[in-house]
Ligand binder design. Structure first.
Ligand SMILES: [Zn+2]
Length: 91
């Protein structure tokens, strides 16, 4: 009986990891598309940045994009890798 419980939990754990990895991959592909200037949903170049929030130097930036033609909207946490926060300048 314990073995079945353990097997069940392993399957559950494995399943949730797979879902998470798939979710991250999906998210990354959408962000790639948006970075190229296209909506990941309708493939039009009508995507635009509607909101931008920064959690300070250490935290990632929250970027919210919105598509003007199909209404697609999504937020992404982006690492501040553009160098503006380098060398502790804004701490
Ligand atoms: Zn769209």
């Amino acid at each position: 009986m314990d073995f079945y419980l353990l097997a069940f939990m392993l399957i559950l754990l494995f399943g949730s990891v797979l879902v998470y990895v798939y979710y991250l991959k999906e998210k990354k592909e959408q962000l790639d598309s948006i970075r190229r200037g296209f909506c990941p949903k309708c493939k039009q170049d009508s995507i635009e940045l509607s909101d931008q929030r920064s959690g300070g130097c250490s935290g990632p930036k929250m970027l919210t994009f919105e598509c003007l033609s199909c209404g697609y909207t999504n937020s992404f946490a982006v690492d501040p890798s553009d160098g503006s926060c380098g060398s502790g300048g804004c701490r």
